[in-house]
Design a protein. Structure first.
Ligand code: ADP
Ligand code: MG
Length: 291
């Protein structure tokens, strides 16, 4: 009984705060072709850098069974989205506070099964996720490599997609395949490219330029270039130390370039294009789910 009351109070408090500061929420889905290109490190440090720039960010880990983000940030979340549905918890119960105001939601280890849940469970999941509308400025989904059925739905439902690749030909080819598949399902997707582990900005520009030319020529798809992250041993070191490089080595090249990316992102059209936010995300993703 006492616990019930505490939970209700917590929800009321969250809702109160929420109502006080309703925001335009943008949903960003992060993808790559090949795995191991630095997607999770990008998602985490991009989130932290956005927060440093005054954005309220919720980071959701949908890389099923990998628990990547919580390890990278040295957290051990008590609950995840699966517990939420199975245990009837609210989204506020499964959202964990991380460093510097980061708010993280762990996907748990069997999200694939989740979308095959009963109609009631699915509705419950979506109604809880929808509460994030207006709560954060940006909701970031980190997904697994390539396109699972679920991650595909996530990308198609998001306001925009950040595609992470490295200069490796295999990573580039796989990244192209991902965009090709998504583009054939929705030609209006807003895709921004990040080239990670570049030797120089010149290399980044060459790689991104080449990618852009190919998607334009073969798919008639315009892709924005968001930026580059250098190959930097501080990233590897931060993974070992389970502290994001933005916090651990804020003066590293990787951190500096990340801050530049965020500056460009926030000064660009990030705010101005028509985001449908979490409400639109739920509407679109629900359309794919058999209920
Ligand atoms: N910019 C970088 N510089 C150096 N190493 C990097 C960089 N980005 C990623 N890495 C290395 O690649 C590994 C995989 O990164 P991760 O973010 O887990 O990839 P993904 O989520 O795409 O599978 C990291 O543990 C790190 O060692
Ligand atoms: Mg990952």
């Amino acid at each position: 009984m006492k616990q019930d009351q505490a939970q209700k109070l917590r929800e009321l408090y969250q809702r109160f705060n929420h109502d006080q500061q309703t925001r335009t929420t943008k949903v960003i889905s992060i993808t790559s072709g090949k795995g191991g290109v630095g997607k999770s490190n990008f998602a985490l440090n991009f989130a932290l850098s956005l927060i440093e720039s005054g954005q309220k960010v919720v980071l959701i880990d949908l890389d099923i069974g990998m628990a990547n983000l919580e390890i990278l940030v040295g957290m051990n979340p008590k609950h995840n989205l699966i517990d939420m549905v199975e245990g009837g918890k609210s989204i506020w119960d499964v959202m964990e506070k991380g460093p510097n105001g980061l708010e993280l939601i762990s996907g748990g280890s069997s999200f694939n099964e989740m979308l095959d849940l009963s109609a009631d469970d699915t509705n419950y999941l979506f109604s809880e996720l929808e509460k994030l509308q207006g709560y954060a400025d940006i909701i970031l989904f980190d997904t697994g490599a390539g396109l699972s059925r679920e991650s595909q739905r996530c990308h198609l439902a998001a306001d925009e997609i950040i595609l992470v690749t490295t200069p490796e030909p295999t990573a580039m080819t796989d990244a192209y395949s991902v965009i090709k598949i998504l583009h054939h399902q929705d030609a209006n997707l807003h895709v921004r490219l990040v080239v990670n582990r570049v030797a120089s900005s010149k290399e980044g520009m060459e790689i991104a330029g080449r990618f852009r030319t190919v998607t334009k020529q073969f798919l008639e798809k315009e892709i924005d270039i968001l930026g580059f992250i250098p190959n930097d041993s501080h990233v590897f070191q931060s993974v070992l130390e389970q502290t994001p490089f933005l916090l651990n080595y804020p003066k590293s090249q990787a951190a500096k370039w990340m801050k530049d990316i965020v500056k460009i992102y926030l000064n660009g059209d990030a705010k101005s294009n028509n985001s449908t936010g979490m409400k639109g995300f739920i509407r679109k993703i629900s359309g794919f789910v058999k209920i």
